[in-house]
Design a protein around this ligand. Structure first.
Ligand SMILES: CC(C)(COP(=O)(O)OP(=O)(O)OC[C@H]1O[C@@H](n2cnc3c(N)ncnc32)[C@H](O)[C@@H]1O)[C@@H](O)C(=O)NCCC(=O)NCCS
Ligand SMILES: Nc1ncnc2c1ncn2[C@@H]1O[C@H](COP(=O)(O)OP(=O)(O)OP(=O)(O)O)[C@@H](O)[C@H]1O
Length: 285
C-alpha cells in the first residue's frame, strides 16, 4: 500500500473525529443555560469545561470501534449486542479519565447509535439516519447488566416520561424535527454560527422530557426549561437583544432550580454531528 494511502484516515476514524468535534463544539458553546460552558460549570459541582473536553477526546476510540463494528456487516441484532458492549467500555473509559464523574453518558448513547447507523444502515438523509439509529436502539441488548435503576429510569417511571431510551427508540425527533431545522433556519436568517447553535439547543429544550432536569428539579423545573426556551425563540432567538435577555433569565431560573438540561446538550451535540454528516450520506463517510 502506498505510504500516503496508509496515512489517510479510515472512514471509521473520520466518523470518530466528527463525533468528538461535535462534543467539543457543544461543550464550548456559550452562554448555555445552566450547562458547563466557557463561562463556568453552570449548575454542576463536579463538572468543568476542561473535564468535558478531556472526556470528549477519551471517547474517540469508542466511536471508532462502533463505526468499525458497523463495517462488519453483522445482522442488526448482533450489531446491537456488540455496540452495547462498546458503549459500556466507552463509559468505563470516560469514568477513568474523569475520576468517576459522569460527563458524557447520554452523549455516548446518542452519538454512538448515530455513528453506528451512519455506516450500517447506509441512510441517505438526516431523517433516515436518525430513524436507522432508532431501530438499533429499539433492539434488545442481551448483555446489559442488571444494575440499580439509574436517575433517568427512576424519574422516567415516577413522572411517566420516556427519557434517553425512548427518545432514541422514537428515531430522535429532537434532532430531525427540532434541532436540525432550527439550526438551519437560524443560519438562513443570518444568525452567526454560535447563535444558530444556541437556537438549536433551545428548540430541543422546548419539548424534551429531559430526565437530568426532572431528576434535579422535578416537573416545575422541566416546565421552566421548556417555556423559557420557547420565550427566547419567540423573542427572535439568541442573536437578538430581546432573545439574549430572555436567555439570561432562563439561565438564572435554571441555576436557581439547580437544574441543568444535560439531555438537551447531548442532543445538540448529536444535531451538530448529523448536520456535518448529512452531505456525506450515504456512504461517503
Ligand atoms: C440509555 C442510557 C443513556 C441510559 O439511560 P438512563 O436514562 O437509564 O440513564 P441516566 O439517568 O444515567 O441518563 C442518561 C443520560 O441521558 C441524557 N438524557 C436525559 N434525558 C434525555 C432525553 N429525554 N433524551 C435524550 N437524552 C436524554 C442525559 O445526558 C442523561 O444524563 C445509556 O447510558 C445506556 O443504557 N447505555 C448502555 C450501553 C449501550 O447500550 N450502548 C449502546 C451503544 S451506544
Ligand atoms: N455542557 C454540558 N454540561 C452539563 N452536562 C452535559 C453537557 N453536555 C452534555 N451533558 C450531559 O449531562 C449529563 C450529566 O448530567 P448530570 O450531572 O445531571 O447527571 P448525573 O451524574 O446522572 O446526575 P447528578 O450530577 O445530578 O447526580 C451527562 O450524561 C452528559 O452527557
Amino acid at each position: 500500500m502506498p505510504a500516503l494511502a496508509r496515512l489517510a484516515p479510515s472512514p471509521a476514524e473520520r466518523l470518530a473525529d466528527l463525533a468528538v468535534t461535535a462534543l467539543v463544539d457543544e461543550a464550548e458553546l456559550s452562554p448555555k443555560p445552566a450547562l458547563v460552558d466557557r463561562r463556568g460549570q453552570g449548575a454542576h459541582q463536579d463538572l468543568s469545561l476542561g473535564l468535558m473536553l478531556t472526556s470528549a477526546q477519551a471517547l474517540r476510540p469508542c466511536f471508532q470501534a462502533m463505526a468499525e463494528a458497523a463495517e462488519l456487516g453483522l445482522p442488526a441484532a448482533d450489531l446491537r449486542r456488540l455496540i452495547g458492549r462498546l458503549g459500556r467500555d466507552g463509559e468505563a473509559a470516560m469514568l477513568s479519565v474523569t475520576g468517576g464523574v459522569n460527563t458524557h453518558r447520554g452523549a455516548i448513547w446518542a452519538l454512538g447509535l448515530l455513528v453506528t447507523a451512519a455506516v450500517h444502515g447506509r441512510p441517505g438523509s438526516a431523517e433516515a439516519l436518525c430513524l436507522a439509529a432508532g431501530r438499533l436502539a429499539s433492539l434488545p441488548d442481551p448483555d446489559a447488566p442488571s444494575t440499580l435503576p439509574s436517575h433517568g429510569q427512576r424519574v422516567a417511571q415516577r413522572y411517566g416520561v420516556g427519557g434517553a431510551r425512548a427518545e432514541a427508540a422514537a428515531g430522535f425527533p429532537a434532532i430531525h424535527q427540532r434541532g436540525l431545522p432550527q439550526l438551519r433556519a437560524s443560519r438562513q436568517a443570518g444568525a452567526g454560527e454560535q447563535s444558530a447553535r444556541l437556537d438549536a439547543l433551545l428548540a430541543i429544550m422546548t419539548r424534551l422530557d429531559d430526565t437530568c432536569v426532572l431528576h434535579r428539579g422535578g416537573p416545575v423545573a422541566l416546565a421552566t426549561m421548556q417555556q423559557g426556551a420557547q420565550a427566547v425563540l419567540d423573542a427572535s432567538g439568541s442573536a437578538s437583544l430581546a432573545g439574549r435577555r430572555q436567555l439570561l433569565v432562563l439561565d438564572r431560573e435554571l441555576l436557581a432550580a439547580n437544574a441543568s438540561p444535560g439531555g438537551a446538550a447531548d442532543l445538540l451535540a448529536a444535531t451538530l454531528l448529523v448536520d456535518r454528516l448529512e452531505p456525506r450520506l450515504p456512504g461517503d463517510l
